[in-house]
Design a protein around this ligand. Structure first.
Ligand SMILES: Cc1ncc(COP(=O)(O)O)c(C=O)c1O
Length: 341
């Protein structure tokens, strides 16, 4: 059976145009800094976000981990949100790779407030780990693709500057936030010392993220990328896919958002949408199952032809993407009604 795959926006395959760009890509050895397309991609993303430098890395996880490693010392503390990717889904990397402790704070719909960060900050005293970095996630995956309101980011960044704390943005899906708000990427970027942008999620490239920041931070990250085994060679073929994604796959994210909203509306009518529909702001829809039977529901969806992502016993996640079109949307709505109705 050919499934409709709503598990994640990472399941997309390179489009015909992207495959041509990959095929035609000129390559060099990027460990020598000689791959022209990698250099172009790094500069392009850095410019978009108003930063001095960029570094192409294999994954969003490596990008976040390099950001932490480059801006902390062992024994430091990094503040994050409780349901963030960095805290939940990066294999305990911050403890292992950077020797730091994460300090996760609970926030409604994943959006932290500067007052709560201020309250969590450690005093300057030898008893405490020192708070060095605040990480935010935009859009917030675990909260259902929620967009960080810019005024909240501004508030947190003002606090961070006043207290000499650095700011990192896990912008795996930052372009979804950009399309949803109409803001320029740099409007978010200017409030962070480092930003990680994924090319392999909504943007539809097969591999890769770009970490951007000031030249010193990216230089350190470059050294740690080598240390972590992420130095790659003739990767112009991957950079070409990334550049193609930036040229062709940003504006179209609006279609993914529209389709997610339609799925959310049907789920709401059926009584399974987790939050108010106003919180379905981008390409992620969260369904709630108070009886804790998500495994059973996942199987029913699969039998009907739709793959979904089980987050836990009570929550299922649907994610729209480049390979999910209007025809599949209509079919998915029928299947939602059939399975949940
Ligand atoms: C918000 C967020 N950050 C980081 C990542 C990590 O990306 P990767 O799977 O490329 O390591 C993901 C992956 O889904 C994500 O959703």
């Amino acid at each position: 059976m050919k499934y409709i795959d709503l598990r994640s926006d990472t399941v997309t395959r390179p489009s015909a145009g992207m495959r041509t760009a990959i095929y035609e890509a000129e390559v060099g050895d990027d460990v020598y800094g000689e791959d022209r397309l990698v250099n172009e991609l790094q500069e392009r993303v850095a410019d978009m976000l108003g930063k001095e430098a960029g570094l192409f890395v294999p994954s969003g996880t490596m990008s976040n981990q390099l950001a932490i490693r480059s801006q902390t010392q062992p024994g430091d503390e990094v503040i994050c949100e409780y349901s963030s990717h960095i805290f939940n889904y990066e294999g305990g990397g911050p403890a292992m790779l950077s020797g730091i402790q994460l300090h996760p704070l609970h926030a409604e719909n994943g959006i932290l407030a500067s007052e709560q960060i201020a309250a969590a900050m450690r005093p300057t005293d030898h008893h405490y780990a020192q708070s060095r970095v605040i990480t935010l996630e935009n859009t917030h995956n675990g909260a259902g693709g929620v967009v960080y309101p810019l005024p909240v980011v501004e508030d947190i960044s003002r606090y961070a500057k006043n207290h000499n704390i650095r700011m990192h943005l896990d912008g795996a899906r930052l372009m979804n936030a950009v399309i949803s708000t109409g803001l320029a990427p740099s409007a978010y970027g200017e409030h962070f010392n480092s930003v990680s942008l994924c090319l392999s999620k909504g943007l539809g490239a097969p591999v890769g993220s770009v970490l951007v920041g000031d030249a010193e931070c990216i230089d350190k990250a470059h050294r740690f990328r080598k240390m972590f085994g992420g130095g790659m060679r003739q990767i112009g073929i991957l950079a070409a896919a990334g550049l193609y994604a930036l040229d062709n796959h940003i504006e179209r994210l609006a279609e993914d958002h529209h389709r997610a909203k339609t799925l959310a509306k049907t789920s709401m009518e059926l009584g399974y949408l987790e939050n108010d529909i106003a919180w379905t702001q981008t390409n992620i829809v969260l369904l709630a199952f108070p009886n804790g039977n998500t495994k059973e529901i996942e199987l029913k969806f699969k039998e009907a032809g739709v793959l979904v992502s089980v987050v836990n016993d009570y929550r299922i996640r649907l994610v729209t993407h480049l390979d999910f079109d209007d025809e599949q949307l209509l079919r998915s709505i029928e299947i939602l009604k059939q399975v949940l109705g």
